[in-house]
Write a protein that binds this ligand. Structure first.
Ligand code: 9MR
Ligand code: ZN
Length: 554
């Protein structure tokens, strides 16, 4: 090699290695891991520190002044990550402001807020995420000076070819895109709408105080319900004339990373499934009662749709999975027992129908009114169990209610315990799977249901711990929500974020989270297993944030 040339190679490789080092340095997780969004004034406040240390100082961002000092505890081995972790408890910090945690010998943490409204803007952003997922219309939002927008998309939904309708179209526009992909799936709508309506029923007054700046704002519906209606309007199009419900509207294959209005592949109604039909009943029954005060005609329409599909299910009691062989997009295949239980619970709660109550209680007995520690789209029995246990209707089997309450409290206590034992306060412990971040957030539904029958502070504290974890008290030391907190995901598996020209991802989205181990999260667009976003996970975070919106209710 020519000497000049070899010198050039050396210089180049030196430059490359420096660049690689700086990249690595930038990618190293901060060693002080805490909620980088922030804390309510009266909330417990803890950081996990992954380096030897003895004491900590809380400093004000504004002037560097010290406002609290303390000794750390530990180290304790965190089983799932294998790290020796120290804990700084700075719960005594109650004064609103912007702070950092300084740990001598380790460094400064990312900054965080303490404020009564600390979760208000996150709630706004994450709920606006649902608006930005709207299909069939143009959407636009500005965050931190950047505008995220797309034109009206998928306005031709959808073809009936695969459901015996010939090469014809029937309207199935509106709804939310499911996730990083643009398809629309009824089963995943189930847990999503179910979690959001539960939030409305549990925290409606606090939610109403947050203006969502929707096209419908100022109209007859509260903003939050107007957003949900975009989805339920679409769901109504998924019901066939016999009462069965199509499993999804989808392209046959996943499309590319382009904005949705550029996707022109044919989209088809999939055949019916009993799980989708049951979830439809539950959602429509719940929508009917929650919308009734604002739009009685819509409530009537939803209730009629729910009754019709419920009658279909009673006449067709066997589990029926949709034939999806034409598709390679999301399957959301699931057995229907839990969905049927949820359907009966919501229809009974809305109507008080004794026959539906009998069906419900038979199903509750079959599962011993058990309450699961975590749940997502494939396991919705908890939603039905909570509706039953928290109902004010007469006529329930009191022994069953007592059993259910005992189970609920035992599960909530277990979640509290698991969170306490985890090095990052993660109430899901060491369970890591596809979408586990959503399940961490969704534990707030269980904890709040328990809180309603036994108002223990530790149920609230564990909900907050779940938020702390998702916003940075985790082994990455980063926020898992786009546009929020410290070093949030920049490359989520999201076709809009990958298909526009904006240098940041669309904001307000919780990524699925690490698995199979806590360190296995990669902020890369290609990593759909850990870095995708989805309506069901966001809905859980919406619930968890709604639960703590109103700090005065703590
Ligand atoms: O959330 C779903 C997860 O539980 C499954 O394990 C996974 C594989 O079937 O699918 C996930 O759902 C995806 C869906 O199938 C298509 N849209 C994106 C969803 C989130 O990754
Ligand atoms: Zn669309």
């Amino acid at each position: 090699m020519h000497p000049t040339c070899s010198r050039a190679v050396i210089v180049l490789s030196l430059a490359l290695s420096l660049w690689a080092n700086s990249l690595r340095a930038e990618e190293a997780a901060p060693l002080i891991r805490l909620d980088t969004v922030g804390y309510l004034p009266a909330a417990p406040k803890q950081a996990s520190i992954a380096a030897p240390c003895t004491n900590f100082v809380v400093v004000r961002v504004a002037d560097g002044s010290q406002c609290l000092t303390g000794a750390v505890t530990g180290p304790v081995l965190n089983q799932d990550s294998g790290e020796q972790l120290y804990v700084a408890d700075f719960s005594a910090l109650r004064q609103p402001g912007d702070y950092r945690l300084r740990v001598p010998g380790v460094g400064d943490s990312p900054s965080f807020h303490v404020a009564a409204e600390v979760y208000r803007q996150p709630f706004y952003l994450v709920t606006r995420g649902m608006f930005l997922w709207r299909c069939g219309t143009a959407v636009s939002a500005t965050n931190h000076g950047r505008t995220f927008a797309h034109a009206a998309c998928h306005t031709n939904d959808a073809w009936l070819d695969l459901v015996g309708g010939g090469h014809e179209r029937k309207d199935s526009t509106k709804g939310w895109h499911d996730a990083g992909d643009y398809n629309k799936y009824v089963v995943n709508a189930g847990i999503t709408v179910g979690s959001m309506l539960r939030a409305w029923e549990d925290f409606g007054p606090a939610i109403r105080r947050v203006k969502l700046d929707l096209p419908e704002s100022g109209g007859p519906l509260p903003d939050f319900l107007a957003e949900i209606k975009w989805e339920t309007d679409w769901l109504l199009t998924m019901q066939f004339s016999d009462g069965s419900v199509s499993h999804k509207v989808s392209t046959k294959r996943f499309g590319g990373f382009i904005l949705p209005e550029r996707e022109h592949e044919d989209r088809y109604f999939a055949p019916w499934s009993s799980a989708a039909t049951a979830d439809f009943v539950a959602m429509m029954a719940e929508t009917a009662r929650d919308f009734r005060p604002y739009d009685a005609a819509y409530a009537d329409r939803c209730l009629a749709a729910a009754r019709k599909s419920y009658a279909f299910l009673r006449a067709n009691p066997a589990n029926h999975n949709a034939d999806l062989r034409e598709f390679s997009t999301g399957a959301y295949g699931t057995r229907d027992a839990d969905d049927r239980l949820w359907a009966a619970a919501e229809l009974w709660e809305t109507t008080g129908d004794a026959d539906v109550l009998r069906d419900l209680e038979t199903r509750l007995r079959a599962i011993n009114v058990s309450v699961l520690q975590d749940f997502d789209w494939s396991e919705v029995s908890n939603l039905g169990v909570f509706t039953y246990l928290l109902s004010e209707r007469a006529g329930r089997d009191e022994a069953l209610v007592a059993q259910g309450r005992t189970n609920l409290l035992a599960t909530a206590d277990k979640i509290v315990q698991v969170g306490k034992e985890h090095g990052y306060g993660r109430p899901l412990g060491s369970r890591y799977y596809w979408g586990c971040n959503g399940s961490v957030a969704r534990q707030a539904l269980i904890l709040h249901a328990a809180f309603r029958i036994s108002p223990k502070l530790e149920y609230r504290d564990t909900m907050l711990a779940a938020l702390n974890h998702l916003f940075g008290r985790n082994c990455h030391g980063r926020s898992y929500v786009t546009g929020l907190g410290f070093r949030p995901p920049l490359h989520p598996h999201d076709r809009r974020s990958g298909g526009d020209n904006v240098d940041e991802p669309w904001p307000g989205y919780l990524v699925g989270g690490p698995h199979p181990g806590p360190a296995d999260w990669h902020d890369e667009q290609a990593d759909y297993r850990t870095n995708e976003i989805a309506i069901n996970w966001n809905s859980a975070l919406i619930y968890a944030l709604a639960a703590v919106l109103d700090a005065s209710a703590q």
